[in-house]
Design a protein around this ligand. Structure first.
Ligand SMILES: [Zn+2]
Length: 329
């Protein structure tokens, strides 16, 4: 009988768990509130319980489940299976998440950061299904990144490769939460896009967004996209700024790992294809002319399922390569 894999996504608000087959079909899923303040022991305990329930409820023979993939906010150590200092999980520094989950379930496991896990999900079952070289940007509060090179996730010597949000696009530019100046995240994340709109309004630039700002005392990225779609000049200028910043990083990625496809994911893409279309437009304007570059820039396809699909998929991939970590390690 076919092997099965568990995928777990640890988020600051919710934990999602899923049971998948080797074809990427989700056989069962569940989620529960993380309740970060109850501490990592409690979260690990509840993760294991939720997984056990999925197995029991679906009358799955336990020995069919060959591996568990766990995704978590980073930074973390893939090699050690330990969280380093995840900023939206206060009190979870140095938690041995992989060993905890694997020990409780008595199933070998693998841990990776949430952006890499999401990237693997899109690569395995989503937009990147037919390519071997892919880059993904997750556009939300910040910008997460993932790089697949020749069918493998790029992880780096200390497991923090593909922090694409912190590629510097402007020397001495806007301050990023990471401590650097001029990171793409400080220009093109959902938060930075909204922040640039607010700054422009504060400078007195006319825009239909001003009414919203007066009403709500702030502007969200969603507002900027809505007003851009309705034809507001300033909102379009702000979105263009976001697209240009992303296009710049896309060109740099082309010259680094030469992806066949660049996938945009995260909350920002809920606004539709506008961001992918404009990024692709500026990419073609900026990219070198000595060779034609057909790199596709497109939207992610899996939506909310990306994390559990990616986590289970990474466990399957590691199982095939015999690189799952031993039980309790
Ligand atoms: Zn940064």
């Amino acid at each position: 009988m076919d092997e099965l894999f568990l995928g777990i996504d640890l988020g600051g608000t919710n934990v999602e768990v899923g049971l998948l087959d080797t074809q990427g079909a989700i056989l069962a899923r569940d989620s529960f509130a993380t309740e970060v303040k109850l501490g990592p022991k409690s979260v690990i305990e509840r993760m294991a319980q939720a997984c056990e329930k999925l197995i029991a409820k679906n009358n799955i023979k336990r020995d069919r489940v060959k591996g568990v993939g766990v995704g978590s906010p980073g930074p973390l150590s893939i090699a050690k299976g330990i969280l380093i200092n995840p900023c939206n999980l206060p009190g979870y520094a140095n938690v041995a998440l992989r060993a905890g989950v694997s020990g409780k379930l008595q199933i070998p496991a693998i841990l990776n950061n949430d952006a890499n896990v999401a990237c693997w999900g899109e690569f395995w079952m989503g937009a990147g299904k037919d390519v071997k070289d892919m880059v993904m940007f997750t556009l939300g509060t910040g910008i997460g990144g993932g790089i697949i090179s020749n069918g493998e996730l790029l992880t780096g010597y200390d497991d923090n490769a593909a922090e694409l949000g912190h590629i510097i696009i402007e020397s001495g530019g806007r301050r990023c939460g990471c401590g650097q100046l001029g990171c793409v995240e400080a220009y093109a994340s959902a938060n930075a896009t909204a922040a640039r709109a607010i700054e422009a309004l504060e400078q007195g630039r006319p825009s239909s967004m001003e009414k919203v700002r007066k009403q709500n005392n702030t502007i969200t990225c969603k507002d900027v996209f809505e007003h851009a779609a309705a034809g507001d000049k300033l909102a379009n200028e702000i979105i263009d700024g976001t697209a240009q910043a992303l296009a710049q990083v896309c060109v740099n990625m082309l010259h680094t790992t030469e992806p066949e496809m660049i996938v945009l994911a995260g909350g920002m893409i809920k606004a539709g294809t506008l961001i992918a279309d404009r990024t692709a437009h500026y990419f073609q304007k900026m990219v070198w002319t000595i060779k034609k570059e057909p790199t596709k820039i497109c939207l992610a396809k899996l939506g909310g399922d990306t994390a559990i699909i990616g986590a289970a998929g990474l466990a399957l991939h590691a199982y095939k390569k015999r690189s799952l970590y031993p039980i309790g390690k």
